[in-house]
Design a protein around this ligand. Structure first.
Ligand SMILES: Cc1cc2nc3c(=O)[nH]c(=O)nc-3n(C[C@H](O)[C@H](O)[C@H](O)COP(=O)(O)OP(=O)(O)OC[C@H]3O[C@@H](n4cnc5c(N)ncnc54)[C@H](O)[C@@H]3O)c2cc1C
Length: 504
């Protein structure tokens, strides 16, 4: 269910310097001892960000991170509730009041140590987790002030301490137990695979990671753009794994280069973890989807991010110089594609979604940033067909208008097409961002591996699949989900693999 207000707040842009000064002034006013009422009167700290007019034409990170003063002020807003509803809202159960108290006390080391007990990727999760529907949704401050926007900004504080640790070169290589002589293969290097690799390697098992692309990191590298998640942050996690002694084999497609069975029966692996994600784009199956100028968001983002097509002067991989773009969908992937199109120089970028903004699955911050950057939102509309010019290139779309009907299984109200409401839009590019399914290669090449009707691998609560010594987790089991859920699955499954190897 959505936590959104029916009318989304559009905030006016406040320059970082001003936000910094506001925080300093707020700190001066804070009394030495704080009652809950005092804490709730402290203003929520906005995230400093690049000026929308400037960032429209660069790929640098938009959100700039809290200053120490802002972090302190925000941390003082936390009521330190005994019941800690925020912890229940976190998929990996981080001791949120504990780390926030440490920030309020000025002890960033203690704060990051608390987070790292449960989360291996805080700099990533602090940036991309949907906090408004997880830890921040049940926050007592937000509830009392009647808006999830006013909840304590837990994600921003998490990012603050993770960045503090990295920028001060304090990331330590975890201790590795003595060599066990056991070997674990990890297929896929997204958040699920990286997490399993770290937790299994720590137990002294040797680890080999296999990645189909030429760079590891999964969606964090090929999908989520630089302006939302700088690649150096993901690379840092990978460097830590290699420093721990994990071996990385890129351009290695399991199911083609080697099969799952080969790894177990010929290559000496004692256990395997499949974390191959949900990288197969869904299409609308409407007329015109094969025209030149129609992309899946996956292809568009991969060309831009992984192949660096945005770096037009140097990249070998071209990307079409679009002028009028429509992005179909309302999730994070749609926002990323639309905001990338803006940065690649499109004159108009239209986001078309068949429900309303209240039902949109994208993070509120991404919606807000997309609007600030000039993406035009068209709600309650959906294409009926894609139109072509005489050369077979996209020339526009024919759309239908929608209204909302009864709620469906997801709890969101169903879009119902309004008969006879057709209208046309002129375009040269259409990017389809309506969801992803799991890649079929491993299930097609691994006899006996049980999958469900959506093609996701079936795994029990420990991550164990239908096959001996083979585990799976992340999007390949859950369907397209989130970074933190993939990481949580990874931790749980690594524990099961470690236990199985200890007893075999
Ligand atoms: C554009 C985009 C934006 C997103 N934004 C957010 C967000 O803001 N917040 C959030 O929480 N989540 C977001 N998500 C979802 C999130 O990124 C995923 O849920 C998460 O990355 C899943 O992790 P994973 O480890 O299961 O798989 P992935 O990250 O998908 O990694 C799987 C890896 O396996 C590799 N692979 C696949 N098949 C093979 C094979 N046969 N052999 C070898 N390697 C293989 C792939 O190349 C890939 O590198 C977004 C997703 C996309 C696409």
């Amino acid at each position: 269910m959505s936590n959104r207000n029916s009318e989304q707040r559009i905030m006016t842009y406040i320059p970082p310097k001003q936000l910094e000064q506001n925080a300093v002034q707020a700190l001066e006013k804070v009394p030495a001892t704080l009652s809950p009422k005092d804490r709730m009167a402290i203003p929520a700290q906005e995230m400093p960000s690049q000026d929308p007019a400037v960032r429209r034409s660069n790929m640098h990170e938009v959100a700039l991170g809290y200053t120490p003063e802002q972090a302190k002020v925000e941390a003082l807003r936390c009521l330190q509730c005994k019941t800690a509803p925020c912890i229940a809202g976190c998929p990996v159960g981080i001791n949120i009041p504990g780390f926030i108290q440490a920030i309020a006390d000025g002890d960033n080391k203690q704060a990051i140590d608390i987070i790292k007990k449960d989360s291996l990727l805080p700099a990533v999760c602090g940036r991309v987790c949907p906090q408004e529907s997880q830890c921040q949704a049940p926050c007592t401050v937000g509830k009392a002030l009647k808006s999830v926007d006013k909840a304590v900004n837990i994600g921003r504080l998490e990012r603050y301490v993770a960045d503090w640790e990295r920028e001060n070169n304090l990331i330590e290589i975890p201790e590795i137990k003595p060599d066990t002589g056991k070997k674990v293969g990890i297929i896929g290097t997204g958040p699920a695979g990286l997490t399993v690799a770290a937790d299994v390697r720590r137990e002294g098992h040797s680890v080999v990671l296999f990645e189909a692309f030429h760079k590891p990191g999964g969606v964090m590298i090929y999908g989520i753009p630089e302006f939302r998640l700088p690649k150096e942050i993901v690379q840092q996690e990978i460097d830590t794994l290699t420093a721990m002694g994990c071996e990385l084999k890129t351009n290695f497609v399991i199911g083609r280069t080697r099969k799952v069975d080969d790894l177990l029966s010929e290559d000496g692996f004692d256990a395997l973890f499949i974390g191959t994600g949900a990288g197969l784009p869904r299409f609308m199956n409407i007329e015109g989807e094969n025209l030149v100028g129609v992309y899946s968001a996956n292809e568009y983002l991969t060309r831009s991010n992984l192949m660096r097509a945005y770096d037009k002067a140097r990249a070998d991989t071209p990307i079409f110089a679009s002028e009028k773009v429509a992005v179909l969908g309302g999730g994070n992937v749609a926002m990323d594609a639309a905001r990338t199109a803006v940065r690649l120089g499109a004159k108009e970028v239209h986001l078309i979604y068949r429900r309303t903004e209240v039902e949109m699955p994208a993070r509120i911050e991404e919606v807000h940033h997309a609007k600030e950057e000039g993406v035009v939102f068209h709600m309650l509309q959906n294409p009926k067909r894609i139109l072509s010019d005489e050369k077979g290139w996209v020339s526009g779309i024919e759309c239908l208008r929608y209204e909302l009907g009864e709620p469906d299984d997801s709890g969101r109200r169903c879009p119902v097409a309004i008969e006879g409401s057709e209208f046309e839009m002129d375009l040269d590019t259409v990017i389809v961002a309506i969801g992803n399914d799991s890649n079929p290669l491993i299930r097609q090449t691994t006899p006996g591996l049980e999958t469900n009707k959506w093609g996701n691998i079936v795994a029990d609560e420990t991550g164990k699949t239908s096959l001996d010594r083979i585990y799976a987790g992340g999007d390949i089991v859950l369907g397209a989900a989130t970074v933190i859920l993939a990481m949580g699955e990874g931790r749980k499954t690594a524990a099961a693999i470690n236990e199985m190897l200890a007893n075999s």
